[in-house]
Design a protein around this ligand. Structure first.
Ligand SMILES: *[C@@H]1O[C@H](CO)[C@@H](O)[C@H](O)[C@H]1NC(C)=O
Length: 248
């Protein structure tokens, strides 16, 4: 892939984190849109009990990239991520509500890890003990089930890494709530600027500018190389490319 050596910038990661959080909010609090009442932004309805819906098969091949929208604050710097393939999705009747939501939050952490590590699923997760900071900023050990080398990644901010780790906490009670994810990711998307990433050793905050991010998206997403489909996909006759005659 072109630019295969480039890391995914923090500001793009925050935007994708927020988008995945909204997708999970939609599973817990379906917006029930209609033609007369179109869906705008998935939000938490405090007065409604969340559904116990889990996807149960979320990985990088089950996410499609939607469009970029330069006029939308939440998708200025990163495309919409659309989870698909709900074949295993279930209302988890045995589970309590909290564990269904916490399970979905663990999935968010796993996808974020895939994006940070730029690894293609399936990758082996392991229990590892990492330090995350508590509300007072003190380092506390946390047992997480994640990529064994996520902790070595140096180009992402501590805030971002801590939140990704917490989503993958082995103890589900230590995972953040949807409310907290919405608050932290929304705040980062609304307010973070390239200069916030100046202090990261060995990393240039130039990669966090709008210009650098747009350039990366152009090269990696919009001008992407195409590869033949592999895996267990059904082979349906697809549309054939139009034959272009040199005379027309
Ligand atoms: C981010 O900005 C939007 C639009 O102004 C606002 O609705 C949202 O509440 C903000 N999010 C946070 C976490 O501040």
């Amino acid at each position: 892939m072109k630019d295969a050596g480039r890391q995914v910038p923090n500001r793009m990661l925050w935007s994708m984190f927020l988008c995945l959080t909204r997708a999970r909010i939609a599973m817990s609090y379906p917006p029930w849109g209609s033609v007369a009442n179109p869906i705008e932004r998935e939000s938490i309805s405090p007065a409604t009990a969340p559904l116990k819906l889990i996807h149960d098969d979320l990985h990088d091949e089950n996410i499609m990239l939607g469009g970029l929208s330069h006029s939308d604050l939440e998708h200025r710097l990163a495309p919409i991520l659309k989870p698909l393939d709900f074949g295993k999705a279930a209302q988890n009747p045995g589970a309590d509500i909290d564990s269904a939501v916490k399970r979905n939050i663990q999935d968010i952490g796993k996808i974020m890890t895939t994006l940070v590590m730029r690894v293609y699923a399936p990758w082996a997760e392991q229990d590892v003990v990492v330090n995350v900071r508590d509300a007072q900023g003190l380092a506390v050990p946390l047992k997480v089930y994640t990529h064994p080398r996520l902790d070595e990644v140096s180009h992402i901010s501590t805030d971002l890494k801590d939140l990704i780790f917490r989503c993958q906490s082995v103890d589900a009670q230590e995972r953040p709530s949807l409310e907290e994810l919405l608050q932290l990711c929304g705040n980062a998307v609304n307010n973070s600027v390239a200069q916030d990433y100046r202090g990261i050793p060995g990393y240039s905050s130039f990669w966090e500018t709008d210009e650098a991010i747009r350039d990366l998206e152009q090269r990696v997403l919009l001008d992407a190389d195409t590869v033949p489909a592999t895996g267990r996909r059904r082979s349906l006759p697809g549309p054939q490319p139009a034959t272009v005659s040199p005379n027309t």
